[in-house]
Write a protein that binds this ligand. Sequence first.
Ligand code: SF4
Ligand code: SF4
Ligand code: SF4
Length: 312
Amino acid sequence: MPLTVAVECLSGCSGCEAAMLDMGTAFMDLLSEVDFVHLPLLMDHKYAETGEGKRAAVPEADLGIVSGGIRTREHLELAILMRKRCRTIVAMGTCAGHGGVPALANQYSSGEVVRAVCGEEWPAPCGESALLDRTYSLDEKIEVDFHLPGCPPHPDYIEMTFRAILEGGMPALPVKSVCDSCPVYREGKGLTKSIGRSTRSARYELGTPLGRMRCLLEQGFLCMGPVTRGGCGGASGETAPKCIAAGVPCGGCHGPIRHNGNPLVDMLNALMSNGVDVRGFPDRQGTLLRFTGAHGRLRKKAQGPGAPGRRT
Ligand code: SF4
Ligand code: SF4
Ligand code: SF4
């Protein structure tokens, strides 16, 4: 009997499902052992398995894969339905695991968000009442059996997850930081005392081996590598982290190294213990929790000139 799989996307971008297709031939191979019974990105059945098509309906499945966090009442209904209908639930990607980029809106009230999108004069169609008070990660609302990190997860790890579940277990993902697989060189001294967002380019001669580039943190860029879970380069461990390979600092899209870690606290600790002045850090919450604002971490900002909904 094939493993039946239901896939659902909530408050996310569907990039996680696209990453499943990025498995390429491995995805095709899986199809002899896996039966996708629900996958709205690819299969159009309008949730109308039964009934009149007005209520969500998900077929029963051995495995439920959910990407995206929970922002609306509909998301919450679907998440609860997935939990009821699927024996095992995998939270796929950073949005499902930690809220992801959509959780940046947790710094504002739902009313502010709706007004920012729809304008003061036309709030009704956006339905503020359809929104929950903030974006939640999946495990804040339903029981999750396994978190697959990444934005999106690397196809290698998606395949490993399918393989492990097909064999009756759970995958053992590496628990390492982005720095652990980063090939740049470090001098271990002279860390810039003021680190922040920057629009300048890293000092690095394109086309030369990455090992000749100095650590971006040491160059004064905010690189979240020390507190971010590695794996974006794939399971072989031989490929550099994606952003570093492009000469760009890690933004932290894989979330914390351990699921309950807090990148804001960990990164501030790392910077302060190196004597970096973090007091003038611009948009500290939004930058250090850019991908991990669920679990109640991102707090509401005081209404100010930059708040959504404020016409400045
Ligand atoms: S984790 Fe990234 S790729 Fe996946 S749904 Fe969220 S934003 Fe998209
Ligand atoms: S801080 Fe950034 S550039 Fe430096 S080693 Fe870590 S991931 Fe690489
Ligand atoms: S380097 Fe950091 S931000 Fe870039 S893909 Fe990897 S984990 Fe994500």
